[in-house]
Write a protein that binds this ligand. Structure first.
Ligand code: PMP
Length: 388
């Protein structure tokens, strides 16, 4: 990969220079006043990013999978029932994790590219009365966005804690933790949060923390146990140094830098930019005659697009796009992985990045002898981008 390649995969993404400078700084002590302030600021600002008025943030070294693992380890007790609303590969991963902690899991599946209907979800909630329900806000394997607001309201109606996997959504897709009544949102640093891979993030509602406090059985995972982490987060929020396990100091400094940029833009402006950038890309794919994985336009995510190769074109398209300096990703859903590709458009992504990507896709299609009007995708994208 050239150092000038444009990374348009669904994470890691292109990072802001200020974030990368924070990564490259000489590492201060994790108990120095400067770091205590940076960690405290990052924790405070996370609430603003999740639009959570009273959530307890956790920032722990690890990837998004660890954030899912932590949520399950702290909330599930053996024999609890759980409902997983599956929209793809990562939803299924949540089911595996919940089972590992002894949950009795009901997985609700729909055909690839769609979301189980609210009727199906409601029926499962009514019959199993689960302790928790998980939803993947954007499943990165399908580019499908679930209606988290509606699902969380259903969960609440049936007394289930609503747990959202926001790994491919948080800080890009619209999300309002308090207003929507979401109890847990887990995410990771490397996508719309805009920090290199390595941070597992979680925001827990007061109800979720009460559920943790009321556990009868000790958390069976030492590293994940909130009993170890809660005093640490609270200490840094109160601007006091503390120690359970060494924090990833430079990643936390990078998080502080990225959250400043995110909140400088403002959450509402950020949601709108992601929506428009996604629409521009998705309009371009339509104009090129390419079908998308989500079965209807309202299910298409604002952070990632999943697009089928047209007839006569295969995954060699990825190499052709890459030879123009743009890196996109292949398919992930096992049963159809070879039939589609994925493009991430989140975080620092600009109109220029998007046009470069559409242009490189057009050139790749042209070299694959696919017939289309050269420039049609770019024109469709430009029409949407005028509104940015
Ligand atoms: N959930 C979703 C929706 C994801 O996109 C990913 C990563 N692509 C994960 C969970 C797992 O995150 P990580 O790879 O950081 O462990």
């Amino acid at each position: 990969m050239s150092e000038r390649d444009l990374l348009m995969i669904p994470g890691p993404i292109e990072f802001e220079p200020a974030v990368l400078r924070a990564m490259g700084r000489p590492t201060p002590s994790h108990v120095s006043p400067e770091f205590v302030e940076a960690f405290g600021e990052a924790l405070d600002r996370l609430r603003e990013v999740f639009l959570s008025e009273d959530g307890q943030p956790f920032v722990i070294a690890g990837s998004g999978t660890l954030a899912m693992d932590i949520a399950a380890a702290n909330l599930v007790e053996p024999g609890d029932s759980a409902v997983v609303v599956s929209t793809g590969y990562f939803s299924d991963r949540f089911a595996d994790i919940l089972k590992r902690y002894g949950a009795d899991v009901t997985v609700l599946r729909a055909e690839p590219g769609s979301v189980p209907s609210s009727d199906v979800v409601e029926q499962a909630l009514a019959t199993t009365r689960p302790r928790l329900m998980t939803t993947t806000q954007v499943d990165t394997s399908t580019g499908v966005a679930a209606n988290v607001e509606e699902l969380a309201a259903l969960g609440q109606e049936y007394g289930a804690l609503s747990v959202v996997d926001g790994v491919c959504a948080t800080a890009g897709a619209e999300f309002r933790q308090t207003d929507w009544g979401v109890d847990v949102c887990v995410t990771a640093s490397q996508k719309a949060i805009g920090v290199p891979p390595g941070l597992a993030l979680a925001m827990m509602s007061p109800k979720a923390m009460e559920a943790f406090e009321a556990r009868k059985v000790e958390v069976p995972n030492y590293y994940a146990d909130f009993a170890n982490w809660l005093p640490i987060m609270q200490a840094y929020q109160a601007r006091r140094p503390s120690y359970f396990a060494t924090p990833p100091v430079n990643l936390v400094l990078a998080l502080q830098a990225s959250l400043r940029i995110i909140l400088g833009e403002g959450m509402e402006a950020r949601f709108r930019r992601h929506r428009l950038i996604a629409r521009a890309f998705q309009a371009a794919m339509e104009a090129l005659g390419l079908r998308q994985l989500p079965t209807s336009p309202d299910l298409r995510a604002p952070t990632i697009s999943a697009v089928y190769y047209p007839d006569g074109v295969d995954s060699s398209l990825l190499g052709k796009i890459r030879s123009d300096g743009v890196v996109v990703a292949g398919g992930l859903l096992p049963q159809i992985a070879g039939r589609y590709f994925r493009v991430g458009h989140m975080g620092a992504v600009s109109a220029g990045d998007l046009l470069a990507t559409v242009g490189a896709i057009e050139r790749g299609l042209q070299r694959s002898d696919y017939e289309f009007d050269l420039g049609a995708g770019l024109e469709a994208a430009q029409r949407v981008l005028e509104r940015l």
